[in-house]
Design a protein around this ligand. Structure first.
Ligand code: AMP
Length: 281
């Protein structure tokens, strides 16, 4: 497996793969891999491409009081895990390679960046859209794989691709969960054992919403309130937001008449966890 530290070396590697007639399948990440990341890599490989993963903890998408410094990192472990699922190259740049002195440009997907996490993390999605567009320009993949765990991010990237006329197919991948339902996340390492147990309330409450929806409930406020009530009953949980929004526009809705998403962000101690589920296809 190739470890590529510079943009030039990525371009060279990609050229060689293309010359061999192979499509490029790309998985952008911040590292500290878990089964969620690996599921994207396996899918990228199963789809028959040369698989390249990026590992970059992007400073631009962290707020001044967020966890940039303590975000978990273990390159050697990531390297081995990626290799075990058939990844052929890792782009692992230094911050100065991505943002050299004098760097200025930011990308903003205006409306989709406003609600949900955009409200509590100002500038976050500008950081995400900017780094992903840069990575797309560096790697020039045929397909790129994103987890539905970060549903708003996925919608923003889909919009970015459309608006910027990128010829990249975005492949959404299902949320991978622990046995007790907690969505896998690099940030789960922040949880104390008590918080880890308490955090199972998130998936339970989303499952409740899905069951209510399946039984015919279409009142978004009822679903939202029910999820929020269950989470608020957990003493270690502090709700950032719980919302039921249109799956395409991410705007709040009153009745579910088109596909919707129940989305939430909840603090457990130092960890801010997000999760979501679709209501309707
Ligand atoms: P991150 O390293 O957290 O930026 O995540 C990199 C990619 O992995 C993103 O597309 C995430 O949506 C995806 N991802 C993270 N956690 C999960 C999960 N539990 N299930 C599926 N995909 C995930």
């Amino acid at each position: 497996m190739e470890i590529l530290r510079t943009i030039d070396s990525v371009r060279q590697w990609v050229r060689a793969q293309r010359a061999a007639g192979r499509p490029i399948h790309f998985v952008p990440t911040m590292g500290y891999f878990h089964e969620g990341h690996l599921s994207l890599m396996r899918r990228a490989r199963a789809d028959g491409g040369a698989v390249i993963v990026s590992i970059f903890v992007n400073p631009l998408q962290f707020g001044p009081r967020e966890d940039l410094e303590r975000y978990p990192r273990d390159f050697e472990r990531d390297r081995q895990m990626a290799e075990s699922v058939g990844v052929e190259a890792i782009f692992y740049p230094e911050v100065a390679e991505m943002y050299p002195a004098g760097y200025q440009t930011e990308v903003r997907v205006k409306e989709l960046s406003k609600p949900l996490c955009g409200r509590s993390r100002p500038g976050h999605f500008e950081g995400v859209a900017t780094v992903v567009l840069k990575l797309f320009n560096i790697v020039a993949p045929d397909r790129a794989y994103f987890g539905m765990k970060d549903y708003q991010q996925l919608r923003i990237i889909q919009q970015l691709v459309r608006d910027m006329n990128l010829s990249i197919e975005i492949v959404p991948c299902p949320i991978v969960r622990e046995a007790d339902g907690l969505a896998m996340s690099s940030r789960n390492v922040y949880l104390t054992p008590e918080e880890r147990t308490a955090a199972t309330v998130l998936y339970r409450s989303l499952q409740w919403a899905q069951a209510q929806y399946a039984a015919g409930e279409r009142d978004a406020a009822q679903l939202r309130a029910g999820v929020a009530r269950q989470i608020a009953a957990e003493p270690l949980a502090r709700i950032d937001y719980v919302e039921v929004v249109d799956a395409e526009t991410l705007q709040p809705i009153e009745r579910i008449e088109r596909p919707a998403v129940a989305a939430l962000a909840v603090f457990f101690g130092k960890a801010r966890l997000i999760d979501n589920c679709l209501l309707g296809d």
